[in-house]
Design a protein. Structure first.
Length: 149
């Protein structure tokens, strides 16, 4: 038996950052995504977001590569959203995403951060938030591609 803890804070946005995730129905989307994560034998600790982006804190099963996992999650949820009458304006996910690895000691802090997205974004835009995550994780930003679809 192998023992792993692959804790990722994943952030991705709607195409062109269009606010198409209807707040009144976001919980149905979150439930759907939880099912996708569970079917990948991974653990979803928290999901939340805004009309233009999502945050997930997951423990990724080691059988999956991160990029394949995110691609499959976005493809599956894209199809579900486009077929769901509660999200009529949804036109897809942006190509880019952020995935940041953390140790178990950061879990509760990230869970609370995701829980408080609505309050947090009264003070900080998504672009500023995402830039902060990238910089805090020591990743260089190429401005030619930052948040471009």
């Amino acid at each position: 038996m192998s023992y792993t803890r692959l804790l990722y804070h994943i952030v991705f946005r709607t195409k062109n950052s269009t606010p198409t995730i209807v707040p009144e129905h976001e919980e149905t989307l979150y439930t759907y995504i939880w099912g996708v994560v569970k079917n990948k034998k991974s653990i979803l600790y928290r999901i939340g977001g805004m009309p233009d982006h999502l945050h997930l804190l997951i423990d990724l099963h080691p059988a999956h590569s991160l990029s394949d996992f995110i691609r499959e999650l976005k493809v599956s949820s894209n199809k579900w959203l486009q077929e769901n009458p509660h999200f009529p304006a949804f036109c897809g996910w942006a190509e880019s995403y952020g995935a940041f690895s953390y140790g178990l000691e950061a879990k509760e802090s990230i869970v609370n951060y995701i829980k408080n997205q609505k309050e947090h974004h009264k003070k900080e835009s998504f672009a500023d938030e995402f830039r902060r995550f990238v910089v805090e994780n020591g990743i260089a930003i190429d401005e030619r591609y930052f948040l471009k679809d």
